[in-house]
Design a protein around this ligand. Structure first.
Ligand code: FAD
Ligand code: SF4
Ligand code: SF4
Length: 483
């Protein structure tokens, strides 16, 4: 291997081409292109094939990164695909939207030594997009079918990763979702310019071809009870995500044109998917021609500001109470937003929303970051007499999400939750307080990442398999004893 690898000293880090601002700020297409095969090989060859690969350690699904980089550098792309898909159910999705700077790439030793990280995410995307093009991606075919059925509540990455892993074992799998499309936030939350919807839809079609049954527009707790599902299936997974938008209590927050982030993003994604969206058509959830102020500094806020730019907003500002270094959103996305014309108002907190019936401006105050608190983060402190105003005829609140009250929604007080409202599980099995019911993804972790939901879905599938194996063995043993 060695002669082909370790090229990081002479070969510069290079990302696939990014579309220019003029072109990309007016449409919802993805902004990054694809590596040409020779570029993917050259970039992969920068890897030093570490004995202890920190990239892999810090990848939540522990992708075998050095191996697929070596295979890509050698042009053995089908083998690279096989290695890549062995640990990740949605590798080309993670290659697009993982915050690599905080995970694999941020821990690459070449990055640490100042040479610029190996472009792991872009290579992962290349390997798997290429596999789709070549027809190597095939639906799972279990070696034998099993009679036990498993119900999965929620068709986001957690639920779908679990579904695919369970089909590999031959279980009969039914996924229930309250939406009309499968994919969870990958379909309705994350905008097309980060993750084109066809990339998600080809994966959900693949699972259907593998025999996973989908029940859409079925809200568990309303259209079917949790207890009924427990009786229908031998085991259940709860992967319902977190959807209760956090709010702020400020004067004027109830004015028209002040919206939660997900309402805005779902409308935009539905429009892009070809749905008729009355609240978009009548201008309510359309930023065209408006002065937009987005409040928050996470990835959801970044998605809102960049969506508003693409809808043709007159101005887009992002109000965040900390500074750039302390914001939770990916630095790559902040840089992209700045390039696209978003103005960041750092160290500023909203004070009130003014207007008659609809908002016309945001009053805000300057913030100073004080000494670190118990969590280690500097506490924001309002500076006296520092009020200022921003014109706004649309305000979007992107302040994070909390879990819905599942024990109440499911009419199941025995389902234990944590003090944050997330479902309480035992580790490492992810078993809940209900026998045969497991949980995965955001509903366990709180708002997190696609790759962590995949990891949980895979872990839960292993636990469910063990649970059903033990049950099958116990039944067989009892039958023999009764003979
Ligand atoms: P979800 O994806 O939320 O899926 C849960 C599913 O359960 C949904 O389809 C929902 O309809 C369904 N459901 C809920 N309740 C019920 C019920 N009672 N009955 C039936 N169905 C139900 N992560 C990244 O890694 N990179 C990013 O760039 C990124 N960007 C994001 C941008 C936005 C705007 C948001 C909101 C999140 C973003 N995330 C990102 C986070 C990521 O999307 C989530 O962490 C991930 O989708 C969680 O997966 P999940 O399977 O737990 O839940
Ligand atoms: Fe990096 Fe995410 Fe891929 Fe893991 S899954 S290698 S963290 S991009
Ligand atoms: Fe290669 Fe970087 Fe991973 Fe080391 S840490 S194996 S150099 S990608």
């Amino acid at each position: 291997m060695a002669s082909r690898m370790l090229k990081f000293v002479n070969v510069q880090r290079q990302m696939p081409d990014k579309r220019g601002v003029e072109a990309r700020a007016h449409d919802f297409d993805e902004i990054y292109g694809e590596f040409a095969p020779q570029d993917a090989a050259e970039q992969s060859a920068r890897c030093s094939q570490c004995g202890v690969p920190f990239c892999q350690v810090h990848c939540p699904v522990h992708n075998n990164i050095p191996d697929w980089l070596l295979l890509t550098a050698e042009g053995r792309l089908e083998e690279a695909y096989e290695v890549s898909q062995a640990t990740n159910n949605f590798p080309e999705i993670c290659g697009r939207i993982c915050p690599q700077d905080r995970l694999c790439e941020g821990n690459c030793v070449i990055e640490q030594s100042g040479h610029g990280t190996v472009t792991i995410g872009a290579v992962e995307k290349f390997i798997n997009d290429n596999a789709w093009e070549q027809g190597w991606v095939k639906p799972v075919k279990p070696l034998r079918e099993r009679v036990e059925s498993v119900g999965i509540v929620g068709a986001g990455p957690g639920g779908l990763a679990c579904a695919e892993q369970l089909r590999k074992q031959g279980f009969q799998v039914t996924v229930y979702d309250r939406y009309d499309r499968m994919g969870g936030l990958m379909i309705y939350g994350i905008p097309n310019f980060k993750l084109e919807k066809e990339v998600v839809e080809r994966r959900t079609r693949l699972l259907a071809d593998a025999g996973v049954e989908y029940v859409t527009q079925c809200e568990v707790g309303r259209d079917v009870g949790l207890q009924e599902l427990r009786e229908r299936h031998a085991a259940l997974l709860l992967a319902t995500g977190v959807y209760k938008a956090r709010d702020i209590k400020l004067p004027g927050v109830g004015l028209d044109n002040v919206y939660p982030a997900l309402d805005f993003l779902v409308a935009s994604n539905r429009k892009g998917l070809g749905d008729v969206v009355p609240a978009y058509e009548d201008g309510t959830l359309n930023a065209e021609g408006k002065d937009v102020v987005v409040i928050g500094g996470g990835d959801t806020a970044m998605d809102c500001v960049r969506t508003a730019v693409r809808q043709g907003a007159r101005s887009v500002k992002c109000l965040y109470r900390r500074n750039r270094q302390n914001m939770p959103g990916s630095q790559r996305e902040v840089a992209n937003a700045e390039e696209e014309g978003v103005e960041f108002v750092w160290l500023a907190a909203p004070e009130a929303f003014d207007g008659d019936t609809a908002v016309s401006r945001v009053r805000a105050q300057r913030v100073h970051l004080g000494v670190p608190d118990a969590t280690g983060r500097q506490a924001p402190q309002i500076l006296p007499d520092s009020s200022f105003e921003l014109p706004a005829d649309m305000v979007i609140k992107a302040l994070g999400f909390d879990p819905e009250d599942l024990p109440v929604l499911f009419d199941c007080p025995e389902l234990e939750t944590t003090r944050w409202g997330t479902v309480k599980v035992r580790y490492p099995s992810l078993a809940t307080s209900l026998e045969g019911v497991y949980a995965a993804g955001d509903i366990v972790r709180g708002a997190s990442l696609v790759v962590w939901a995949i990891r949980d879905g895979r872990d839960a599938a292993d636990s469910i398999t063990r649970f059903l194996d033990e049950k099958a063995t116990a039944t067989a043993t009892a039958a023999i004893a009764a003979d």
